[in-house]
Design a protein around this ligand. Structure first.
Ligand code: FAD
Ligand code: SF4
Length: 511
């Protein structure tokens, strides 16, 4: 039966069982579409990386003998809309069946479900064979429980998949979690190997985007494109991570530094979110490397990495499928402020913000703590509308796809879900940033000051945020200690925090 099989841009899994057999009556369909480039303003490197990866994927399939129809963005046949393109392809090829891989985004899931309802031919959706879990597994795991604690899910995953487990069902190393040893500040040593850069020339795709008037954000060096855009390149990044970075991954996971953008982070999120690499092979390869080099690498480095992928990544996906579509509208703190303009330009005197934002604009990447405790922290402290915060995170990062962006941003970082993902808001004064980085040393503001023009803005905003949300946090036990300190605070000091915060919130771009 002649079939059309759709492959979306983040479904580049060459190991999928679809491709085990070559079938003459199956046509794979892929398309670069304005529907996808324009639903949010993306970073230019993100669009370039997606298109290049899709093109490489389609070429590989063709080389393997599969039939592929691929629409470039400027293909005459391209109607720039998924449904319109599909209707056309099905008609032109007189297809009798339509099959697709289950999308990870609610938006596309709905679009394809609705489309299939309209079709009179046979339709069928299959798993992407990428994740450890199915969409509803996390929801099932926490059924009947009051809180969804990631740690319990993670332990269950370790047991279920026999990852870093001893025979008697105890965790290797005697502990489930080495989080406490993942909090070192980096001060210049150990030396950080240069990050893997493929130095590709991507001028052609940049020109195509210009010619098609695709609006993007961020910066790009046309002849020095660093991201992996094929499975082979992704495997090289993984190999580099195991050999050069894993040894200190855990120790410096939360560290930030003015001279080092990536520290010991893997930069594998794009490879994984496009499915060029699977979480299972990343975890498997990393563990194999660790077991062969146990005398050189401490378990805490490896456990920290495995927890992010086996734990957090699957957990976030599960929350997304449990809570969508309502999740996208949540705003329990009722924040309504506008995102400061400097998020789009990097122009601010706050050194931590300037580094995190300029790095995001230059590289389409910032690591977890920069996203959470610098840019996310400031947005929450200044009570920015979570819709605006989402737009920025969904656009700016190379790895940003809604299922993982939304749960991290609206949930973990902005507490807009009221505690589904995180038990308390991730907010801090300047002291946390100072503890984990050297940003404060060269900042216009003084991290130790709480009053006056050069006081660190985070110091005022933190207390103002707690004050303004007193009612909302009164039953949150994890906030108890800070709320008590707030209650005991000298009134004049508190008023000063509130007044300066109001100035900052009114005019953030002056700071
Ligand atoms: P590493 O530090 O090397 O970690 C290894 C892998 O673990 C990552 O590649 C990623 O796949 C996974 N991982 C780590 N933390 C998380 C997490 N919290 N949720 C899911 N997976 C995780 N990650 C995305 O993939 N897409 C996003 O859009 C995204 N948005 C975020 C927004 C905010 C506000 C925050 C705080 C975090 C966000 N993250 C997102 C999680 C994390 O910041 C990135 O996965 C990580 O920085 C990617 O870089 P890396 O590959 O070098 O990660
Ligand atoms: Fe950021 Fe404040 Fe430190 Fe400046 S002093 S880098 S604003 S935390």
């Amino acid at each position: 039966k002649k079939s059309i099989r759709l492959i979306l841009g983040d479904q580049l899994n060459l190991k999928h069982s679809w491709f085990e057999e070559k079938k003459d009556d199956v046509i794979y369909f892929m398309a670069e579409m304005k529907q996808e480039t324009n639903y949010v303003k993306h970073h230019i490197q993100k669009v370039v990386a997606f298109f290049l990866s899709m093109r490489n994927f389609s070429e590989t399939l063709e080389k393997q003998g599969h039939k592929v129809i691929y629409y470039n963005l400027d293909d005459e046949r391209n109607q720039q809309d998924l449904v319109k393109n599909l209707k056309q392809i099905i008609k032109e090829n007189n297809a009798k069946a339509f099959q697709y891989l289950l999308p990870d985004e609610f938006r596309l899931d709905k679009q394809l479900k609705d489309f299939c309802e309209e079709l009179s031919i046979e339709t069928n959706a299959v798993d992407t064979e990428h994740f450890y879990t199915q969409r509803k597994d996390v929801a099932k795991f926490f059924e009947g429980k009051k809180e969804m604690t990631m740690e319990y899910f993670y332990r269950d995953m370790r047991k279920k998949h026999e990852i870093m487990m001893l025979d008697d069902k105890k965790p290797e190393g005697g502990k489930w979690n080495f989080d406490k040893s993942n909090r070192k500040k980096w001060t210049g040593n150990p030396k950080i190997p240069p990050h893997k850069n493929f130095k590709k020339d991507v001028t052609k795709i940049i020109n195509l985007l210009e010619q098609e008037n695709i609006e993007t954000i961020g910066r790009i060096e046309a002849r020095n494109f660093s991201w992996p855009t094929s499975r082979e390149e992704c495997l090289k990044v993984l190999d580099y991570f195991c050999k050069k970075l894993l040894v200190y991954f855990g120790d410096y996971e939360d560290a930030m530094h003015t001279d080092e953008k990536f520290l010991f982070h893997s930069r594998l999120s794009f490879a994984m979110n496009t499915k060029m690499l699977s979480p299972k092979e990343i975890v498997g390869t990393t563990l194999d490397y660790y077991y062969e080099h146990k005398d050189e690498i401490d378990i805490s480095q490896v456990e920290g990495f495995v927890r992010q992928i086996l734990g957090w990544r699957e957990f976030m996906r599960g929350i997304y499928w449990k809570e969508m579509p309502a999740y996208k509208q949540l705003n329990v703190l009722e924040n309504t402020n506008k995102l400061p303009d400097f998020y789009w330009t990097g122009k601010t005197k706050m050194n931590c913000m300037s580094h995190a934002i300029n790095q995001s604009l230059d590289e389409a990447h910032a690591h977890h703590i920069q996203r959470l405790m610098v840019t996310g922290n400031f947005a929450l402290l200044t009570m920015v509308d979570p819709d605006e915060v989402d737009q920025w995170y969904l656009g700016v990062y190379i790895d940003a796809i809604e299922w993982v962006e939304l749960t991290n941003t609206r949930g973990m970082s902005q507490f807009a879900d009221g505690g589904i993902v995180a038990t308390k808001p991730y907010v801090s004064s300047g002291s946390y940033i100072n503890k984990m980085s050297n940003y404060c040393k060269s900042c216009h503001y003084s991290v130790s000051k709480k009053e006056g023009e050069n006081a660190c803005p985070f110091n005022n905003l933190y207390w103002n945020f707690l004050y303004k949300n007193q009612e909302k946090f009164k039953n949150n036990q994890r906030m108890g200690m800070m709320m008590n300190l707030l209650k005991k605070m000298n009134q004049e000091t508190l008023q000063n925090h509130i007044q300066r915060s109001e100035e900052i919130i009114k005019n953030p771009d002056q700071f």
